[in-house]
Design a protein around this ligand. Structure first.
Ligand SMILES: Nc1ncnc2c1ncn2[C@@H]1O[C@H](COP(=O)(O)OP(=O)(O)OP(=O)(O)O)[C@@H](O)[C@H]1O
Ligand SMILES: [Mg+2]
Length: 511
């Protein structure tokens, strides 16, 4: 007996210690027993509890479901369920996992039920919080203008946002859990995987350009991929891609435009050059032909002496030599490769430039006045540098050739000045300058004020590109007013800055 009562006490204290809510009810739903956790919850003694039903403890709304469950148990079912209850006393909403079983008497008649409930409110709250956070994250990931995915080392998609799903024309659920090659064409998957794998092996973030192609079109992406370890230590790669197709197209168009412009510029420079060659050849050709016809005539009249013959032949030979030299200058200008960067002396480049174009200028009585120090050089591609200068000078010629005022001495000044940081190659003409409203536009491609047959508007654009991109310095333009031989002139002044840091200056000569 003693032994048995000890067992009952032990049992009661065990029931009180299990950390679960344990209770029994009779067939009317009235409590017949509850452990201390239940009593604490209701803040009631066991005597007060016995005989009361759930209406006493819980608010009405939730109770129906609970009684429904109880009824099934009274019919012999065992149920395990989740219950949500609001405790009347405190107004608190709590979540339970409850197991309810029928209680039988010795004749196997159901006389009530017993229940064990575990409070899962904390987990539930945490779960809800996580769910809310996940929902929040999903909303962001699905609405951000980027393709986001996660892939593990077996090339299985662990996550894709809705943009990726739309791109692959499947739902996210159809993609997640699948190997990439089952979702997209193998070659495309392989090319994505290349950089994914790099991230997984190096465990470093990478940024790369990628493309995706289906039957209809090809799109380009800028992707950032980072290594990411899941809670279960699975290494994955997390990718963020943005669509740069439009940018790429614009870039391609620009490149194509640039190529066309460059080509046009080259052709138009060539045209100008041929004009210059023709100019330079006119005089020697006249000399050659008159020497030849003179010799022939004298020979026919039998008055040609040997000495004169030799002199004329030498003369012809000299002129031919000159022709050959000039054509060689032009040839080397056209053939020189555009990447050949070397030390270029400013003064000698200016002189080379002038020698290429001088005849066309002298036709219109345009003089060059060069005031440049001797030994100043910098590294650049001389050919491009000369082309940049020619384009500027040709514009001066174009305005000056229309000036027919006898008092107007037509000039182009080429000066080298400096300040603390830079040298400046200044090209000034006295052609009355550029209209104020055009000053901003003259470096734009296709901006011209000339008739279609006279100009395409790419001369200064090319110059600008050469100075900025190849010589990597700056050019600007202003209108200036200055005095020359006691007369005031207006004109355009182009100024090319060359940083002193890139100047190679040779100070004097040593003996
Ligand atoms: N020295 C200058 N004096 C007055 N206007 C100038 C001068 N240089 C350039 N301009 C103006 O700038 C415009 C653009 O010059 P740019 O060399 O780019 O094209 P263009 O000479 O018109 O044609 P292209 O050089 O292609 O044959 C010219 O049409 C002209 O109006
Ligand atoms: Mg021009």
């Amino acid at each position: 007996m003693l032994h048995q009562s000890l067992n009952v006490n032990t049992l009661v204290s065990v029931l009180n210690e299990v950390g679960a809510y344990i209770f029994t009810k009779d067939l009317e739903g009235k409590y017949t027993y509850a452990n201390s956790l239940v009593l604490e919850l209701f803040d009631i003694t066991i005597d007060e509890l016995i005989g009361k039903d759930d209406y006493y403890f819980f608010t009405k709304d939730e109770i129906e479901h609970l009684l429904e469950n109880d009824k099934r148990v009274f019919n012999g079912e065992i149920i395990e369920t989740e219950e949500v209850l609001v405790i009347k006393r405190t107004g608190e909403k709590r979540f339970y996992i409850t197991v309810k079983k029928p209680l039988y008497d010795e004749n196997k008649n159901i006389i009530g039920m017993f229940g064990i409930s575990t409070d899962i409110t904390e987990q539930k709250n945490l779960e809800n919080k996580i769910l809310a956070q996940k929902h929040f994250l999903d909303t962001i990931l699905d609405n951000v203008d980027a393709y986001i995915y996660m892939k593990d080392k077996n090339r299985v998609f662990r996550y894709v946002n809705s943009k990726v799903a739309a791109l692959f024309q499947r739902s996210a659920d159809e993609i997640i859990g699948k190997v990439d090659t089952d979702v997209i064409p193998k070659e495309v998957a392989d090319s994505f995987w290349e950089s994914d794998l790099e991230v997984l092996t190096k465990l470093e973030k990478i940024s790369t350009e990628e493309y995706f192609e289906d039957e209809n079109n090809k799109s380009y992406y800028w992707s950032v991929k980072i290594p990411y370890t899941l809670e279960d230590n699975t290494p994955t790669v997390l990718g963020f891609s943005t669509d740069i197709t439009l940018l790429k197209q614009q870039e391609d168009e620009l490149k194509a435009k640039d190529r066309i412009l460059y080509h046009q510029a080259k052709i138009s420079t060539m045209g100008e050059m041929i004009e210059n060659i023709a100019h330079q050849w006119r005089q020697p050709l006249t000399l050659i032909s008159s020497a030849a016809t003179g010799t022939k005539l004298k020979n026919e009249m039998k008055i040609l002496d040997n000495e004169e013959l030799i002199e004329n032949m030498e003369n012809i030979n000299n002129q031919a030599q000159y022709l050959s030299n000039t054509i060689e200058d032009f040839r080397s200008f056209f053939l020189a490769d555009n990447y050949n960067i070397k030390e270029v002396n400013i003064k000698s480049s200016i002189q080379k430039t002038i020698s290429l174009i001088k005849d066309a200028f002298s036709d219109y009585n345009i003089k060059f006045l060069v005031n440049v120090e001797d030994d100043i050089s910098f590294n650049c591609n001389e050919n491009l540098f000369i082309q940049a200068l020619i384009n500027i000078l040709n514009n001066s010629k174009d305005v000056l050739k229309h000036i027919n005022d006898m008092d107007h001495e037509k000039c182009v000044f080429l000066d080298l000045t400096s300040d603390e940081n830079n040298y400046y190659i200044k090209i000034t003409d006295n052609g009355n300058g550029i209209k104020k409203e055009n000053l901003e536009k003259i470096f734009d491609p296709y901006f011209t004020t000339k008739h279609k047959s006279q100009g395409t508007g790419i001369g200064l654009y090319m110059t600008y590109q050469i100075i900025i991109k190849h010589i990597k310095t700056e050019i600007d333009v202003r209108n200036v007013e200055f005095e020359y031989k006691g007369k005031t002139y207006k004109g355009a002044c182009f100024s090319i800055a060359i940083p002193k840091s890139s100047i190679i200056e040779k100070v004097g000569k040593r003996d």
